[in-house]
Design a binder for this molecule. Structure first.
Ligand code: SF4
Length: 356
């Protein structure tokens, strides 16, 4: 097991090294406390700081802690944990290879095996889609779309890129962001794993600790955050129609109103938002929103699930995340969980900032 494998345990060669060493995971989790502890540290640090923590001084422990961490994440099997963990592994690897690539030749350790952009591209089957040019990279549009769609920021939108002969030009640091996404996909692949009892039974204490940490973080809190950039495609489309003053069918109006109510908007805020639409009389809208939130009725309504949205024709512009969820709120929660703190600028606070 090489130091390179300990630094980048998601590599195919790292997996092969573990297989070649004939490691029995049952024995590892039963007898190697250092591996269990480092695996737990990987997962907890992922929740706390979005990274996987400082490496263990022994390469074997560091490398084996990766499959054990994936087992822990699988045993908990919470969407938010899986996403945060995969993201943290990818972010840590990204920081490591970015630092390695910028080290000067003198600083590079002579006996440390290094990764190169070329080997990373080959690892993730991206070689064909990426061509090195004089001082940048030309990336085939299919490769770009496969890895850039999760990135936020206007600069990643295809419409803001120059497309030439089916290729997009990227700087080295932008290409490394695409590779980070490929790593995240690799870590996420196959999760949750099906974990045999013989392994799970030795990880009860670690699982308990992670569950407590998850509860402390209160990641499943009620949503009270309005960030339209993170809305599911269906709600973005409905909001767009509202703001253009277009007529909405009753079911569509119900869907967007319940969604906005559930994510924390007050009746006044929703009424104000809808006022631009000639189809919405203020009184009727106020009554409907109060009714939806249970103020003037015994029932507090929730937005419809994806299956209902589909049957009414309100499910539009589906993206990759849509394939993994069954409710627009789950989509929004996943996006919020995934976003960096600084990206979460509440619409209502932004308006206040603009006015001050
Ligand atoms: S799949 Fe669900 S979240 Fe995605 S657009 Fe359709 S209704 Fe909205």
């Amino acid at each position: 097991m090489k130091p390179l494998h300990a630094r980048y345990p998601f590599l195919q060669s790292a997996r092969e090294a573990v297989e070649a060493a004939d490691v029995d995971l049952v024995t590892v989790v039963r007898e190697e406390e250092a591996v269990r502890t480092r695996a737990l540290d990987r997962v907890e640090t992922a929740l706390d700081s979005g990274r996987v923590g400082a490496p263990h001084r022994r390469d074997r422990v560091e490398l084996l802690s990766y499959p054990v961490a994936r087992v822990l994440v699988s045993l908990i099997d919470e969407h938010v944990l899986t996403r945060k963990y995969a993201r943290a592994e990818a972010a840590t690897a990204h920081e490591r290879f970015e630092a390695e690539f910028t080290e000067t030749t003198e600083l590079k350790s002579r006996d440390r095996e290094q990764l190169s952009i070329r080997t990373l591209l080959a690892e993730f089957g991206m070689t064909e889609g990426v061509r090195e040019t004089d001082d940048a990279y030309s990336v085939a549009v299919g490769t770009y779309l496969a890895y850039a769609t999760e990135e936020r920021g206007d600069e990643w939108r295809l419409v803001n890129r120059t497309l030439r002969d089916g290729e997009i030009e990227l700087s080295e640091s932008e290409l490394l962001v695409l590779i980070r996404q490929a790593i995240r996909d690799r870590v996420d692949e196959g999760l949750p794993l099906s974990v045999p009892d013989a392994i799970a039974s030795h990880l009860d204490a670690e699982c308990e600790q992670i569950r407590e940490r998850l509860a402390d973080l209160d990641l499943t809190r009620d949503i009270d955050t309005v960030v339209p950039d993170l809305f599911p495609p269906c709600m973005t489309a409905l909001l767009d129609q509202v703001q253009k003053g277009e007529h909405l069918e009753h079911h569509s109006r119900f869907a967007i109103a319940t969604f906005l109510t559930t994510i924390g908007m007050t009746t006044d805020e929703i009424v104000e938002l809808f006022q631009v639409n000639p189809g919405f009389g203020e009184e009727a809208t106020r009554y409907q929103v109060d009714h939806i939130r249970g103020k003037t009725s015994p029932t507090e309504y929730s937005p419809p699930a994806c299956s209902t949205m589909q049957s009414y024709g309100d499910c539009v512009n589906k993206d990759d995340l849509c394939e993994q969820i069954s409710h627009p709120l789950a989509y929004y929660e996943a996006k919020l969980d995934d976003a960096d703190e600084e990206e979460i600028i509440d619409w209502r606070e932004r308006d206040e900032t603009a006015q001050s």
